[in-house]
Design a protein around this ligand. Structure first.
Ligand SMILES: *[C@@H]1O[C@H](CO)[C@@H](O)[C@H](O)[C@H]1NC(C)=O
Ligand SMILES: *[C@@H]1O[C@H](CO)[C@@H](O)[C@H](O)[C@H]1NC(C)=O
Ligand SMILES: *[C@@H]1O[C@H](CO)[C@@H](O)[C@H](O)[C@H]1NC(C)=O
Ligand SMILES: [Zn+2]
Length: 430
């Protein structure tokens, strides 16, 4: 028995990324609305997985399984949709990506043994160690909340940061990350925001005028699974949703919110990456975000959920493309946030696109956090797709050498977003 366990263990290590053998990825760039529509209409037929979102004139990256590659390329050429190989061999690319993380660890090891959550792709342990330590070192301003547990029993940890423990009536700002497990660039932007609010304060007004809730890894089960088993894992890891969930665990946490749930852009198939779950808020991970919204509804003015990739700031209504009553503020504050990032961005990062989620992406999404939070009455709610992959850059995450840069530029958007939200809604909520 012991021998068997050992053999399985060794096999598991060697088999890392093996499930992606034969998979390829392509850059695609639709140059018209017509091409974009044709492309998005093929998502189901070719089981396309966009790891970097496309828009008109915005290059994206799509993963294609071996059995669809020939037909997919034929389709692109028939429609004259510009494309280019991104990775000939995903399995090999993931091995290279792993090596880059190790290399970054060596470069950064002089600072806290390289365990800096916003300067590499770090395991959950490193991120949790950081937020535990911040709560311990700054008890006056930081409160650690970890009252709920994930499906697999991991604590769902977030920080409340406030000058007076949320006692006064300051507007509340909420930022989360990591609801989509594989989007590894998102948690660092939130841990960096924690760093900038308590450890290296250069904008003291942000804590003077606001209370903050920062939730770096909403889906810890999926996050751990994406590190240890399947790099491209996106969903939660629940197995109680459907008889099939035993074989195909997990729900798309960002399709599980209780607004227009499972009406469009979702799947009833537990094996799908966009499975909506058995009912709204079936997932404790999404529900924990819903509970934070409930608890602070009267004061929450800005809600941002961090995703990757695409360099986009998206606002409601993502489920039907209609502009909300608050569209003018959503758009102008979104533009200010994007400008702040674009000013600092490296020349080889694309400029941010700002707009209604459905109109930019050309597909509707129901049950997403951004729509739910707005529906509940939070005036400014955004999905932020971080910058990532572009021609000339291989890899399935942005090279770890750029994480710090992404954190610095994204922080500027939080600064501007908070200040603008304060001007608009500092006194009364919508
Ligand atoms: C195909 O696309 C290229 C570049 O996008 C363009 O120059 C060319 O005119 C297109 N051809 C047709 C037949 O649409
Ligand atoms: C603090 O942040 C500022 C600007 O964000 C940066 O220039 C400075 O180097 C940081 N200081 C430390 C000690 O990290
Ligand atoms: C889209 O959804 C919003 C929010 O539920 C609603 O107010 C609006 O009327 C809808 N638009 C259409 C065309 O149904
Ligand atoms: Zn995402």
């Amino acid at each position: 028995m012991k021998f068997l366990v050992l053999v399985l263990f060794v096999t598991a290590i060697h088999a890392k990324h093996e499930i992606y053998s034969g998979w390829k990825s392509f850059f695609v760039k639709p140059v018209s609305h017509d091409q974009l529509s044709k492309l998005t209409s093929k998502i189901v037929e070719f089981d396309l997985d966009f790891v970097s979102n496309v828009a008109v004139n915005r290059e994206g990256i799509v993963l294609v399984k071996p059995q669809y590659q020939v037909d997919f390329l034929k389709f692109l050429s028939e429609e004259n949709i510009s494309n280019q190989i991104h990775s000939e061999d995903l399995q090999k690319q993931f091995e290279i990506d792993d090596q880059k993380i190790e290399a970054r660890k060596l470069v950064t090891r002089s600072v806290n043994g390289g365990r800096i959550p916003y300067d590499n792709y770090q395991t959950l342990d490193v991120i949790y160690e950081y937020i535990d330590k911040i709560a311990e070192d700054y008890p006056e301003t930081v409160t650690l909340v970890s009252s709920s547990k994930s499906f697999e029993g991991r604590p769902l940890k977030y920080l409340k940061i406030s000058k007076d423990k949320f006692a006064s009536n300051k507007p509340v700002i909420f930022i989360d990350a990591g609801i989509h497990a594989r989007e590894w660039i998102s948690p660092p932007t939130v841990t960096y925001a924690i760093h900038k609010l308590v450890e290296n304060v250069t904008e003291p007004d942000l804590l003077e005028n606001f209370d903050w809730i920062l939730f770096p890894v909403v889906n810890p089960d999926g996050y751990v699974y994406s590190f240890e088993r399947e790099r491209m894992w996106r969903k939660t890891r629940s197995t109680d949703q459907n008889v099939l969930s035993q074989f195909c665990p997990g729900v798309d946490g960002n399709r599980n919110f209780n607004f227009e749930w499972n009406t469009i852009g979702t799947s009833n198939n537990p094996c799908s990456d966009i499975y909506a779950g058995s009912k709204p808020f079936s997932e404790v991970e999404s529900r924990s975000v819903g509970e934070i919204i409930d608890e602070h509804l009267d004061r929450m003015v800005l809600f941002i959920t961090m995703h990757s990739y695409g360099s986009m700031i998206l606002y409601p209504w993502g489920h039907n493309g209609t502009l909300s009553h608050n569209a003018f503020s959503l758009h102008t504050v979104g533009i200010d946030m994007a400008d702040a990032i674009n000013k600092l961005a490296l020349p080889h990062f694309p400029n941010y696109v700002v707009g209604n989620g459905m109109l930019v992406l050309n597909y509707a999404v129901a049950g997403a956090a951004e729509d739910y939070a707005h529906y509940r009455g939070i005036p400014l709610t955004y999905t932020l797709e971080l910058p990532g992959l572009r021609s000339g850059f291989a890899g399935f995450h942005l090279d770890p050498i750029y994480i710090h840069q992404v954190c610095i530029e994204t922080w500027e958007s939080f600064v501007i977003g908070a200040r603008r939200a304060g001007e608009l809604y500092g006194k009364t909520n919508l």
